[in-house]
Design a protein around this ligand. Structure first.
Ligand code: ADP
Length: 632
């Protein structure tokens, strides 16, 4: 029974219990009220009967008074005897009226009192009133005392009076019987009232006990168990579960508690796993920077057993790395102390961790404060060994330096080689030309052709060497940065290209161009090559060239668009390589150095150069130049 009630919702249980108590109380009150009313009525009935009996006795007395007075008057003829007679009549009349009123609802006694009234009236009209008149006539001398006595002796009066007495006696007897019945009823009613009160009290006590048991075992019991489980969980017993199977609110709360405990356990176990398996060192500190926790990686890094570390101040073990000269000067307050004081997350870069044996380990760390109600109560420091990274960065820097050096050497070599090659080549060309001039008539036609080829080859070689020289020079003005007004620069270039423009029947348009920081000669070469190519590689249509400039992501993007022959996708990378061309020398003049130089110049400005093109539909060469001072 208790088990089944445990499953009912608490609300139902409480409303049900109090509703039941209410119903019982209302029933009890109703019964008590009803019984009291009945009791009251029984009391009234008894009083009524007593009043009737009393009044009947009084009526008898007043009749006896009448009779005595009447008889006295008959014997003496003295009027004072008539006074009790009259008084007796008045009282009798009064009592009879009262009795008739008292018994009007009860036909049998009511009829009896009516009968008595008739008897009294009869007695008066046929006995006493004629008797009194007779006695008065004796005094007037009209009748004699003997006649009076004869009348008295006739016994009529006595018989009538006895009949009246008889009627009263019977009425009293009947009323007394009624009284006895009513008294009995009253006693029974009293008993019933007592019984109702007793039963009511017992039921109330029973209900109170039942409610108390229900509330304590059913509700307080469950809640108590839940509270105990919560206490055990809070104390660290993660396996604790309330395990209440009931289905009421307490059961639902217990289930929610169990789910919460389950989740908590999962989270804690997961966090534990993360902490213990993390490659980073993770330590907990109290507000005075004393160690409260350290994961295995941290213990290994410190190189000391955990027992020796716990409770020790450790902020001083994270030192700035004095060997790193390029870093910023170390802050006056170390990041851990700072984080604990200000409650902000602090970072320690360029730091070393002083290990237990006095050695140091390069580290990077983060100190995140822990707050409880706005108060900083400690911090978590996460640190990682950056030895390898530092080594990698250092070797990368060394490699870059090495590369720059070998590049410079290579450029120097190319320059020197191309420069020094020019001289012997010039000698070869001169002597070939001498040969040609001197022996033209002596040698046969074939020899002349051969010499012609040799001179051609030497000239080509000269051009190539010149290009190579130009290419290597393009890298030698690296540092000559100055503001370059591209608008002015382009105007100059277009002027120098006037003949080509006219030949191509070209229209060259451009957006407003900015002034940028760069190498004037290099940028001039870049624009000249791109615009020159746009004019050179034109199609059948009159050439249209447009130079545009947009600024975004802190860089300028320039484009040189033409409506020329275009470039097939597979060649769009190759054209930027030194001496790579897509056409024979007869088709379009050139050596294939222009775009290689352009690429070098753009890259030296920190940008990139690329082409977008559809064969037959023109090409757009784009390049970016970073603009660190720009706004967008
Ligand atoms: P060159 O102009 O001396 O041939 P470049 O390095 O300037 O050398 O160009 C390499 C090749 O790229 C060119 O031979 C040509 O095939 C292609 N090219 C360059 N610019 C254009 C252009 N605007 N339209 C079509 N092809 C182009």
């Amino acid at each position: 029974m208790l088990r089944r009630t445990a499953d009912l919702p608490l609300r139902t249980k409480l409303i049900g219990s109090f509703g039941l108590v209410l119903v019982v109380l209302v029933t009890l009150t109703g019964t008590a009220y009803q019984t009291t009313t009945t009791n009251q009525r029984a009391d009234d009935d008894v009083s009524h009967s007593l009043l009737v009996i009393g009044t009947a006795h009084e009526t008898l007395t007043s009749l006896v008074d009448m009779e005595t007075g009447y008889r006295g008057f008959l014997l003496t003829g003295r009027d004072e005897f008539l006074e009790p007679y009259h008084e007796g009549w008045r009282l009798t009349d009064e009592n009879l009226t009262q009795l008739e009123a008292l018994t009007q609802d009860n036909p049998s006694p009511s009829a009896r009192w009516h009968e008595l009234r008739t008897q009294v009236q009869d007695w008066r009209s046929s006995v006493t009133e004629p008797g009194i008149a007779l006695r008065r006539d004796v005094d007037g001398g009209r009748r004699t005392q003997d006649e009076v006595e004869a009348m008295m002796a006739s016994g009529l009066g006595r018989r009538r009076f006895d009949a009246m007495r008889q009627t009263i006696a019977e009425a009293i007897k009947a009323e007394e019987a009624l009284l006895a019945a009513r008294q009995q009823a009253r006693a029974a009613s009293h008993e019933r009232l007592l019984f109702v009160l007793l039963v009511g009290t017992l039921v109330a006590i029973g209900m109170a006990l039942l409610l108390a048991t229900l509330l304590t075992t059913n509700i307080a019991g469950g809640v108590g168990r839940l509270a105990a489980s919560a206490r055990r969980l809070a104390a660290g017993d993660l396996d604790e579960r309330a395990s209440l199977t009931r289905k009421d609110e307490v059961g639902v709360a217990a289930q929610a508690f169990d789910t919460m405990a389950e989740r908590l356990q999962t989270i804690i176990v997961r966090n534990d796993t993360i902490l213990t398996t993390a490659a980073e060192g993770i330590i907990g500190l109290d507000k005075d920077a004393r160690l409260t926790f350290a994961n295995p990686a941290a213990v290994v890094a410190f190189g000391q057993p955990l027992d020796l570390l716990l409770g020790r101040g450790i902020a001083h073990r994270f030192e700035p790395d004095r060997e790193r000269e390029d870093g910023e000067p170390p802050p006056s307050v170390d990041p851990i102390t700072q984080a604990l004081a200000t409650g902000t997350i602090e970072y320690g870069a360029d730091a070393v961790l002083r290990r237990g044996d006095g050695s140091t380990m390069p580290v990077e760390y983060t100190c995140a404060p822990i707050r409880e109600r706005r108060e900083v109560i400690g911090a978590v420091v996460t640190f990682r060994d950056v030895t390898e990274r530092r080594q990698a960065v250092q070797s990368l820097a060394e490699r870059a330096q090495e590369l720059a050096r070998s590049n410079a050497e290579l450029e120097q070599f190319a320059y020197v080689a191309s420069h020094d090659l020019q001289e012997p080549l010039r000698a070869v060309v001169s002597y070939l030309q001498l040969l040609e001039r001197r022996y033209r008539s002596e040698l046969d036609e074939r020899a002349d052709r051969y010499i012609g080829h040799a001179v051609d080859g030497a000239h080509r070689m000269q051009r190539l060497i010149n290009d190579l020289l130009a290419y290597s020079r393009a890298g030698r003005r690296n540092d000559e940065r100055q503001p370059v007004d591209l608008e002015v620069l382009l105007d100059r270039i277009l002027k120098s290209l006037e003949v080509s423009i006219e030949e191509a029947g070209a229209t060259v348009t451009h957006d407003p161009l900015p002034t940028i920081e760069g190498d004037l000669v290099g940028l001039g070469q870049l624009l000249q090559n791109l615009v020159g190519n746009a004019l050179k590689f034109r199609g059948d249509e009159p050439s249209q060239v447009h130079i545009a400039a947009t600024h975004q992501n802190r860089a300028w993007t320039f484009s040189v668009r033409d409506n020329g022959i275009g470039i097939a996708p597979e060649y769009q990378e190759r054209i930027f390589v030194l001496f790579q061309r897509l056409h024979g020398r007869g088709e379009y003049a050139g050596t294939g150095i222009g775009l290689a130089i352009c690429k070098k110049i753009v890259e030296q400005h920190g940008g990139t150069l690329w082409v977008e093109s559809t064969p037959g539909d023109g090409s757009t060469f784009r390049f970016t130049i970073p603009d660190p001072g720009g706004t967008s």
